[in-house]
Design a protein around this ligand. Structure first.
Ligand code: MLT
Length: 407
């Protein structure tokens, strides 16, 4: 008889944001007259930049004629997009990344979740807490952990981010981890990593032959020019890091779907016999086997982000959400609640000092505002909520008035 992958039984019953969506749907069904404002999942609300829409239309029109029609494209992405990424996101910031080190995909969630497939099942993991749940759950599915007890899986080295350490995790002891997940600007705390902090992680990975999986999906919200936007701004990172980037939050592509992953060609890891293998080659093998590329019009739309108009428009879009973030942060501070994030990030991490699911329920029931309970991101998220700045200004202002009354 066929049996299931039993590692799935170690997971919580549902994925965090699916769980929240279910609770909100139940509330709405019971209270159809109440207008709920969503500051929970980081889903954008504002339209795509005009430059992207124009490119999307033009790309679609090309598909209407045999002469300009496109069928399967290169699995790794069209050269026009990979070259724009390498030039604008890397060369322009002094990073040595070439177009053929970029793999275009339909989302960072998939890439962050799938990347673990190219590593051995006994790879030792370092994962921050709180954290974007995809990193943990996909490793549980793959069998890299034991069962969960007290909100933590056996076999993971958790990197605690707490008010006591300013939400900056300490480096693990030497030689105890192989794969390190880092995310800056951080989801959920909104914290950014100064250059020295990233340099310490790169040095750790180099000394311990570890690989850093660097999720930089929110880099376009960084306004402090001293903060690195890419891990490849740190010398030596090419030898130890894979980077994930997304157009979802940068340009409103959450529904349009386009992202990319960078794997430098010199990045290697060993097999059981001690032979060195290129991680770029392994990921290329996986990508070409399991993925047939992002649609042509969507890649055209993504490339339009790098035109002069596209850059202006995406900057205006991220500025708009950062304006919301500043309002949220100020409102929380006025309520006397300590918080971080929101200045170089669309997320504000608020220390409410009370059970985080209780805070979630209270805000949903009394203010009709959806936030994300911190405990959903890990044990260290308890007593916190994450508020997302992704909504219209009007909704954010209304939500903040309601939250002030409810708390
Ligand atoms: C979040 O709210 O953490 C993100 O929107 C989730 C995602 O990007 O998958």
């Amino acid at each position: 008889m066929i049996r299931i992958n039993e590692h799935y039984t170690k997971l919580k019953a549902s994925y965090l944001f699916a769980d929240i969506a279910r609770r909100v749907a139940a509330y709405q069904q019971a209270h159809p007259d109440k207008a709920v404002i969503r500051l929970g999942i980081g889903d954008v609300t504002e339209p795509l930049p005009p430059a992207c829409i124009e490119a999307l239309h033009a790309g679609t029109d090309e598909l209407a004629h045999r002469e300009t029609f496109h069928g399967y494209g290169p699995e790794q992405g069209y050269a026009f997009l990979r070259e724009a990424i390498a030039a604008h996101d890397y060369a322009a910031r002094g990073c040595d990344i070439s177009a053929d080190e970029v793999f275009v995909s339909d989302g960072s969630k998939c890439d962050c979740g799938n990347i673990q497939e190219i590593f051995s099942t006994d790879a030792r993991l370092a994962i921050p807490d709180p954290v974007y749940p995809v990193y943990v759950d996909t490793n549980v599915m793959a069998g890299r952990t034991g069962s969960a007890a007290d909100g933590r899986y056996e076999g993971i080295t958790y990197l605690d981010c707490t008010p006591a350490n300013g939400y900056v995790p300490a480096l693990p002891a030497p030689g105890v981890v192989d794969l390190i997940y880092l995310c800056f600007p951080n989801n959920p705390t909104g914290a950014v990593a100064p250059r020295e902090q990233l340099a310490a992680w790169v040095a750790y990975a180099r000394e311990n032959r570890a690989i850093i999986l660097y999720d930089s999906a929110y880099e376009s919200f960084i306004r402090d020019e001293k903060i690195p936007r890419s891990i490849y701004e740190i010398p030596g990172a090419r030898d130890v890091a894979i980077e994930f980037r997304s157009f979802s939050k940068t340009a409103g592509f959450t529904g349009t779907r386009c992202a990319y992953t960078v794997i430098p060609k010199n990045l290697t890891a060993l097999d059981a016999s001690g032979k060195e293998h290129s991680l770029h080659a392994l990921w290329n093998r996986r990508h070409t086997t399991k993925f047939n590329g992002v649609s042509y019009p969507v890649q055209r739309a993504a490339a339009a982000i790098y035109t002069d108009a596209g850059r202006r428009q995406t900057r205006a879009l991220t500025d708009y959400y950062l304006g919301n973030a500043a309002l949220i942060r100020a409102a929380m501070q006025k309520l006397g609640l300590p918080c971080v994030g929101g200045d170089n990030s669309p997320y504000i991490w608020v220390n409410t000092g009370r059970d985080s699911w209780e805070a979630f329920d209270r805000l949903l029931n009394d203010a009709q505002v959806v936030v994300t309970p911190g405990a959903g991101f890990g044990r260290c998220g308890e007593n916190h909520i994450r508020i997302s700045a992704f909504n219209s200004r009007e909704n954010v202002e209304t939500a903040l008035e309601r939250v002030a009354k409810a708390l």
